[in-house]
Design a protein around this ligand. Sequence first.
Ligand SMILES: *Cc1c(COP(=O)(O)O)cnc(C)c1O
Length: 496
Amino acid sequence: MTTRDPDEVLARLRELRASDAPTHGGRVLSYVYDSGLAELDRLAADAAELVRPVNGLDPTVFGSVAAMERDLIAFARTAFGSPEAVGTITSGGTESCILAVASARRLSGLAAGHGNVVAPSTVHAAFDKAAELLGVELRRVPVDPHTTRVDPDELAARIDGETFLLVASAPNYPTGTMDPIAEIGAMALERSLPLHVDACLGGFALAWWPKRTPPWDLRVPGVTSLAADFHKYGYAPKGASVLLYNDRDRHRAGYFATADWPGYPIVNPTLLGSRSATGTAAAWAITRFLGDDGFGALVADIDAARAELIATVNAIDGLRVVGEPFGPVFAVAADPTSTHPIDPHRWSDAVRARGFTLQAQPRYRQADGTDLAASTHLTITPVTRRSVGELSAAMVEASRDARSLPPIEAPGPLRDLAAAFDSGAVTVADALGLDSVTTEAVLIGAGIDPHTDPSQTGEAIDIGAVIAAIDVLPRPVTARMLTEFLASYTNPAPEG
Ligand SMILES: *Cc1c(COP(=O)(O)O)cnc(C)c1O
């Protein structure tokens, strides 16, 4: 439907936005990072609007981009303890991770089809993506399933002649645990391997953390690069991250440049060509406005809310905080030592019924056969402090609702499919060989119909059932089904 009335166009968009999860107010404890400062959001929007027509592809033509990037890199390298560091502003964490791997890969001199990256098994899936795109192997080294900490000796044991990069997280996403970066750094130095610290999640919170942090940043001997997302605890709208290097040549190795085609000379520090400067401008404006004091005050709010919520979980019989999280996120799992362990996904469903959306994480089987328990993830933002009493109460009440309930089961047809894999009647190769029409039919048969729009039917997708399905099916099959689901969900339904 077209209309010449801009108000009508925008009215429709407002309607669409009304069906979104709330981005503000601390109701959703993942994906969004609300400072709770309305003036900060306005400032970011105004800054983004000022540079909206600019193309970040060429900072020599659009000098504002170069100036903002210099300021952001200066800000970040001071925050992360390396006044001499150099770096690149990227569109987000995934792009920073891919570039960190690409630059190390290029410097390694390994031939195509060779090379591996060694990291604790809790490292972000962006590194799986980087490995797949670059044709290298990611070796996820099992962590202690209880503490979720990695033993640096076990990391060392997976290193071989084709290892070109070590990665550690500060902290990791699934459990909020800090990897032992000082020890891993020492090990990296001994072996002359680069060490990238993924601080995409927590970097801009840890830098102002009110308590003594374990060593984690560019000051740690052996650390060669570090990335942190402005669009997480830098409170910027999506589209800004920074990737810093202690070494200029490592940084340059991430660039793509060519003058060997008939068009304009290309110099790309990032994966994109033409790129928006809006994320950069928003992040730039926010760092100018907040400064050290502003970041420090917001982090104090996060720490206070986090402490209260962790105390709440610790007081609930049947739940436990996973491992020893440090920083702004943590995860909650069933307490196996309790006589009434609570299923964390039943619990998050019950919390959602009380107005707060937490993020379900499936069980993860590590390479050594041990499991990281199914859990529920909480990202704490400054605004959480305002509703911490209400959220705590919801968490306690939800535990009563969830206590007597068994874990959520996958839909019957997917359980049948899982049984067919177990008995060998169907193989993973069979399943991956199905075309998308058949794969979609399997999903629809299981009651997961990508063409029912929850904003129309008012029926949210049953995340508990989806997570339960992930748990019973072979993971490559799940990945295939997730692809099919999202591709169908974001495409118009077939006509007729
Ligand atoms: C969010 C995150 C990433 C990926 O960042 P995106 O901005 O979502 O692309 C990488 N590592 C960690 C630890 C993260 O939390």
